[in-house]
Structure formats: C-alpha cells, structure tokens
Design a protein around this ligand. Structure first.
Ligand code: OMP
Length: 248
C-alpha cells in the first residue's frame, strides 16, 4: 500500500457473499479493505481467505486488548493469514504492544510471510471528551490520543488509529514515518451516525493521514464503487494527486 490519503474500505457485514461482492466492486478504486470484528467473528479465517482471494491488501481490525501472552498468541494465530495491517488497543499498555510487534515479527519470519504492520487504536472516534470523563479519564481526547500514540511508538508499533482531529498534532510529534490510519471520515452531507470526531475525506487527507478508513459512506451507497470514486476524487483534489485509478 502506498501514498497518502488513500481509502481502506471497511467491509462491516456478517455475510461473506456481501463482502466478496463489495471487494470485487471496489477493487482498483481503493487501497485495500478492512475486515473487522463483525466479519471475522462470523466467518473466521475461512471467510478471511475468501476476501483475500480477491487480491487486495487486507487490514485485519480485531482491536486486540488483553494480557501480553494472550495477545502474542492471537498474533501467532493471525500472522499466517498475511494481513497488511493488524490493530491492537494502545491502552493495553507498552508490554502488550511490544509482545504484539515481536510476535508478529518472529511468526512472519518463521512462516516466510510479510510481517503485518501493527498499529495501536488510541481513543475510538465514537468518543468525545465527555465520554472519557464518564470512564474515569481526565483530560481531553486529544491529550489522551497523544499519550497513547507516543506509547505506541515507544513500543515499536508502526503507527496508530486516530481521528481526523489529531492528525496534525501527531504528525508533528511523531514524524512522517509513523502511520496514521484515520476513521471518522464523512463526506459533506453524509450522516455521522455513531462517529463523534469526524472530518471530510479532503480535510483528513490534507491534514496528513496515510489511510482513511471509510465504511458506511461507501457500503451503504446505492453504488459503492461510485461512492468510493467520488471520495478518491475529493482526496486527490485536496492533496493534488492524480486520480487513484491512474496510480495503479
Ligand atoms: O480501528 C478502526 O478501524 C476504528 C477505530 C476507531 O476509532 N473508529 C472506527 O470507526 N474504526 C473503524 O472504522 C470503521 C468506520 O466505519 P464507518 O463509520 O461506517 O465509516 C468501522 O469499521 C470501525 O470499526
């Protein structure tokens, strides 16, 4: 996967047929697809392989959050699937994140597959400052995102998931090579739903996101491919790139 501001389409469904259909429609329009808890819990590695057969990079978003030994075991289980990106919760702590990174490295070498990039989920984009207070955390979402992202970098992770609101600050603080994967992206006029910290695709790309994770604005559209193309055009206009299709 490559240049900044590209789309990872979240295929949030329990249906393998639906996910395969979306993946075929979106092939060559997006940088990759994301399979998350809904799809993976329903369909497991078998379902994963059906989507992988379409040939696009896969972001396996399981948001692992457990003791280091258990997370290491989970990484041993999923690294052979060869996902491009895997998520762990940064709030699981430095030892857990280190265990994830080291296990992925060791397992990938043992299996002769490419190591997945391990990224830390900071503060979910469905949460705002008030929600953090309610779960006993003082300080703002932006402070907490910065704290967790700094910890993720110290643990050797490849990057983090953050909202579009924190991109500029994290870029400045953590550098150009630290991956910023950004959900909470809504084209002008589309419903936010449960997302609270949102910006448009153009604004998120311009701010310096590496990847934009976009689900419902694409998958709930009458024509998902057309919706993804429109978003790609908006991103390209914002960052001054050639259209995504022309880059492939
Ligand atoms: O890790 C993620 O991908 C993630 C983190 C986060 O803080 N917020 C968030 O929305 N996501 C995922 O990004 C996708 C966003 O989907 P839509 O809200 O439909 O665009 C979902 O699959 C979420 O699971």
């Amino acid at each position: 996967m490559g240049s900044k501001g590209q789309i990872l389409a979240a295929l949030d469904t329990v249906s393998i047929d639906q996910a395969v259909d979306w993946a075929h429609r979106l092939d060559r329009t997006v940088a990759g697809v994301k399979l998350g808890l809904e799809f993976f819990l329903a369909n497991g590695p078998l379902g994963y392989r059906r989507i992988a057969a379409v040939g696009m990079p896969i972001f396996l978003d399981l948001k692992l959050h457990d003791i280091p030994n258990t997370v290491a075991g989970a990484l041993r289980a999923i690294t052979p699937l060869s996902p491009s990106i895997v998520t762990v919760h940064a709030a699981g702590g430095q030892a857990m994140m280190q265990a994830a990174r080291e296990t992925a490295e060791a397992e990938a070498a043992k299996r002769g597959v490419k190591r997945p990039k391990i990224i830390g989920v900071t503060v979910l984009t469905s949460l705002d400052d008030k929600d953090l207070v309610a779960v006993g955390q003082s300080g703002s979402t932006s402070d907490q995102v910065k704290r967790l992202a700094t910890l993720a970098k110290a643990a050797g992770l490849d990057g983090v998931v953050c909202s579009p609101h924190e991109i500029e600050a994290l870029r400045k603080e953590l550098g150009e090579d630290f991956l910023l994967v950004v959900p909470g992206v809504r084209p002008e006029g589309s419903a936010s739903g449960d997302q609270k910290r949102v910006r448009t695709p153009g604004d998120a790309a311009k701010a310096g996101a590496d990847y934009l994770v976009i689900g419902r604005p694409i998958t709930a559209a009458a024509d998902p491919r057309d919706a993804a193309c429109r978003i790609a055009t908006e991103i390209d206009a914002a960052i001054g790139h050639a259209p995504a299709q022309a880059r492939r």
